[in-house]
Design a protein around this ligand. Structure first.
Ligand SMILES: Nc1ncnc2c1ncn2[C@@H]1O[C@H](COP(=O)(O)OP(=O)(O)OP(=O)(O)O)[C@@H](O)[C@H]1O
Length: 218
């Protein structure tokens, strides 16, 4: 009896990589905002929100609270509250680390030696007036985005198991039906076909109830 070959299709679990970070263009570089934003966009970031704001010394002290007590703290507060800044919420895969890399080392002079293409090398002045800021961890990104965009709701983006659970609940059942149908039909343009199929079979679309037949009184 011939052996029947069975093929198992293993579907990779979908992963979500989008991450948000806060970028600040500091007072010394705010005039170069357009150029810096161009670099940001060319580097694959999406700018989700943008705001030009002039922080008071008190607000600046809160923002940089982790540096309270350091020698440079008073001059950092004076500098960061000396003029308007541009705050930007950036999104892309690995946004926090990638933006920090693009920003370069804290000290502009060192940045010019070791990372000549970094934003600080290009637009900074010294170890304090270094053109830009970037959140350094996931939790500081959340805190800083809330700080500078208090009206925005910063929901943590599900990742890992939470992302798998979310997709299993809200997308996978419909998507798998669509993919099965797609394999049966093998259309010429599978992506457009699938997009149309999903729109047609969206379980969340509002259902229009049949209107009740209202008897006209005789
Ligand atoms: N030794 C220093 N002298 C003067 N200013 C400093 C010094 N070290 C840091 N600063 C200022 O304080 C900011 C915060 O310092 P931090 O050590 O967090 O650097 P960073 O993480 O590279 O910068 P940022 O937090 O602005 O992205 C620096 O960006 C710089 O403007």
């Amino acid at each position: 009896m011939p052996e029947i070959e069975t093929e198992t299709i293993v579907m990779e679990h979908p992963q979500i990589f989008v991450e948000r970070t806060l970028a600040v263009i500091k007072p010394d570089a705010v005039d170069k905002s357009d150029e810096i934003e161009e670099i940001i966009l060319r580097s694959g970031f999406t700018i989700l929100q943008k705001r030009r704001v002039h922080l008071t010394p008190e607000q600046t002290s809160d923002f940089y609270a982790e540096h309270y007590g350091k020698m440079f703290f008073p001059s950092l507060v004076a500098y960061m509250s000396s003029g308007p800044i541009m705050a930007l919420v950036l999104a892309r895969e690995n946004a926090i680390a990638y933006w920090r890399e693009l920003v370069g080392p804290t000290n502009t002079l060192k940045a010019r030696e070791t990372h000549p293409d970094s934003i600080r090398a290009l637009y900074g002045t010294d170890d304090q007036r270094n053109a830009v800021h970037g959140s350094d961890t996931f939790s500081s990104a959340e805190r800083e985005i809330r700080f500078l965009f208090p009206d925005s709701i910063v929901e943590p983006i599900p990742a890992g198991q939470a992302a798998k659970d979310y997709l299993s609940k809200v997308v996978n059942p419909t998507l798998l039906k669509g993919l099965t149908e797609l394999c049966k039909q093998k259309p010429e343009d599978p992506i457009t076909w699938l997009a149309d199929w999903l729109i047609g079979h969206n379980p969340n679309k509002p259902r229009i109830n049949e209107p009740y037949a209202v008897e006209e009184p005789n």
